[in-house]
Design a protein around this ligand. Structure first.
Ligand code: RNT
Ligand code: ZN
Length: 382
């Protein structure tokens, strides 16, 4: 009943609610595994997370084993409408063996692949360039020591192989997202040297062309992290240029910019020079704090841009937040549903009428409509 009346109200604005619902159902969200265990992973040799990543809180229920994590994920997915994906980091291997990061293989992730197939979940992947003795200087691919760079290059190559095999097994490309913590706590004298080393390492890691139907490489920039306040080697400009030249995806993490920057504004600007984008939807509070995302203006703006700029077909939506002060499964469920709610609201925008007003320079009507549209019954459609 309330849906029928909502449908009629949206129709008055020229908006088809059925079309919006149908479209929303086709948008997969890549949920991040690391909310379930505070970014610890299941690798014997892992050190502290480092690299400026920090989960705070001690709510009971952290998943301690891959089986526990999968059980929590099953619960979370059951509370989220639609068919989605899972983003695994390399430290989430599920094996009795103890391979080093430069030794990991697809078989170390086989239980994940089996589970994903049974659940109809697509897998995405990240190499893990943190939480390791060889990352303690907060330098990996840009480390001055060639031995250390080579170790991480090998890790990166193996992760690409693993991602490609996941993609082949599931019949949809696995996104392999590369983020390194590399940076300096205090002002470096030679930023260029560090950036050249990162560039050369990435080139070597990505040298082997792999089937884009199986794997899509992405690169993720960052502004700063705890312990690397003065300089992040892989900055936004660094990776924007890299992604354009190399044809990789660019990953925009909402916590990896200055707090007053508008990340939604970057989508159309970047998309004009890139084929595909990856998002790490997050909620920074004063810094890259990775709070669970709310249905707030920042998230809504991202969703609105994805719809109005027609980027849903070439943007992969991943989440990146972790809060250990609340139920971890609740964090997944509420955060993911918020992303979906934002997308639904965006799909329910009276875009044709808004564009008409904007192109006619009738900014008063545009303003009136965006504000009045906030009172439409989105809840009934959801
Ligand atoms: C870190 C990056 C990165 C990680 C994951 C766990 O600041 O955002 O995406 O959160 O690899
Ligand atoms: Zn991220």
């Amino acid at each position: 009943m309330s849906y029928d009346s909502a449908k009629a109200q949206f129709a008055d604005w020229g908006v088809d609610t059925e079309a919006a619902i149908a479209r929303l159902k086709t948008i997969p969200i890549s949920m991040h595994c690391w909310q379930g265990d505070d970014v610890r992973g299941f690798e014997e040799a892992s050190g502290t997370s480092g690299g400026g990543i920090q989960a705070t809180g001690n709510h009971p229920g952290r998943a301690r084993t891959p089986d526990e994590l999968r059980a929590d994920l099953d619960f979370a997915y059951s509370m989220i409408p639609g068919q989605h994906r899972l983003n695994l980091d390399a430290i989430y291997m599920d094996t009795d063996e103890t391979p080093g990061r430069d030794e990991i293989e697809f078989r170390h992730f086989a239980p994940w692949v089996d589970w994903a197939r049974e659940e109809g979940i697509g897998l995405d992947f990240n190499p893990t360039f943190f939480a390791h003795a060889k990352a303690d200087d907060n330098l990996t691919l840009a480390h001055p020591d060639k031995g250390i760079r080579d170790f991480w290059i090998e890790h990166g190559k193996r992760c690409r192989e693993i991602a490609a095999q996941m993609g082949a097994a599931q019949g949809s490309a696995c996104i392999n997202n590369i983020w390194v913590p590399d940076g300096y706590k205090d002002t470096p004298v030679d930023r260029m040297a560090a950036r050249r080393r990162l560039l050369d390492s990435l080139d070597e890691m990505l040298a082997t062309p792999l089937d884009r139907a199986q794997i899509l490489d992405a690169v993720e920039s960052k502004l700063f992290g705890i312990g690397v306040e003065a300089c992040t080697v892989g900055s936004h400009e660094f990776y924007l240029g890299y992604a354009i030249r190399k044809g990789t995806l660019l990953c925009l993490d909402m916590g990896h910019f200055h707090p007053t920057e508008n990340i939604a504004d970057k989508l159309s600007a970047c998309a004009l020079s890139l084929d595909e984008l990856l998002l790490h939807v997050s909620r920074p509070m004063r810094w890259d704090s990775d709070h669970v995302i709310l249905l707030n203006d920042d998230i809504q703006s991202m969703a609105n841009e994805l719809v109005s700029a027609d980027l849903l077909g070439r943007t992969h939506i991943g989440l990146d937040f972790f809060d250990a002060t609340i139920s971890r499964t609740a964090a997944w469920v509420i955060g993911t549903r918020n992303m979906q709610k934002a997308l639904l609201r965006a799909l329910l925008m009276p875009l044709d009428r808004l564009r008409l007003a904007e192109d006619g320079l009738d900014f008063s009507t545009r303003f009136m409509m965006t504000e009045e549209a906030k009172d439409l019954p989105y809840g009934a459609v959801w």
